[in-house]
Design a protein around this ligand. Structure first.
Ligand SMILES: Nc1ncnc2c1ncn2[C@@H]1O[C@H](COP(=O)(O)OP(=O)(O)OP(=O)(O)O)[C@@H](O)[C@H]1O
Length: 200
């Protein structure tokens, strides 16, 4: 399996954010997208996730499931944790698992994997920033998808949370998954780097 984007150009608000960009990652590989604020890291992730249409170029996943589109085979973990504050931790995760569908996993086990099982009954509104991030990470586990697109995934995580997440990324890579992460911090695992330049 290989994800490849060719000759990608992204225009936002009438301004070219990047152009002629190639990006690729093979099964079992982590790619760290780095660069200064405004370089276009989030924009690139959103193009790969199918949330932004590139002005030029295209992205494809070779060797994936031919019946599914790339966005259907990818998780996008953005800056903001997409949680419903009035729902409990468990209900939030169940919602995402049912919404995303496909190869679903046991909710309680996913919460245990991010050390949130003790808080399963709490409304998401009560969670700390780090706990909200852990719940978002549990979404990656609740439905198996080969491509993880992560925007600053370790923001708000404490040292234990970062170590836990590194372990989950390693497991995902060992299972033939792909990780593409926009980050200002080292990912904590072997990763190829794609450095994006600032455009001022
Ligand atoms: N909705 C939008 N409309 C217009 N311009 C936008 C929009 N979203 C982002 N941009 C612009 O696109 C450029 C790239 O933004 P992007 O968020 O991709 O950068 P980034 O590298 O992820 O930055 P950071 O490190 O600060 O997260 C910025 O100049 C930003 O102002």
């Amino acid at each position: 399996m290989r994800l490849s984007g060719r000759n990608l150009t992204c225009v936002r608000g009438g301004r070219q954010v990047f152009s002629g960009l190639d990006v690729s990652a093979a099964a079992g590989e982590a790619l760290a997208i780095t660069g200064p604020n405004g370089a276009g890291k989030t924009s690139l992730l959103r193009v790969i996730a199918g949330l932004l249409v590139p002005a030029e170029g295209s992205v494809a996943l070779e060797g994936g499931d031919n019946e599914l589109s790339l966005p259907e085979q990818a998780h996008y973990l953005g800056h903001r944790d997409a949680l419903k504050p009035a729902l409990s931790v468990r209900e939030n995760l169940s919602f995402w698992r049912d919404f995303l569908g496909g190869d679903t996993q046991d909710t309680q086990q996913c919460l245990a994997a991010v050390a949130l099982d003790h808080a399963a009954h709490l409304p998401a509104a009560y969670l700390s920033a780090g706990q909200r991030r852990r719940l978002s990470i549990a979404r990656l586990l609740s439905v198996r998808r080969p491509v993880w697109l992560l925007d600053e995934p370790t923001s708000a995580l404490d040292a234990a949370g970062q170590a836990l997440f590194v372990g989950l990324m390693r497991d995902h890579l060992a299972g033939g998954g792909i990780v593409i992460a926009a980050t200002h911090l080292p990912l904590g695992l072997d990763a190829r780097e794609l450095r994006m330049g600032g455009t001022g």
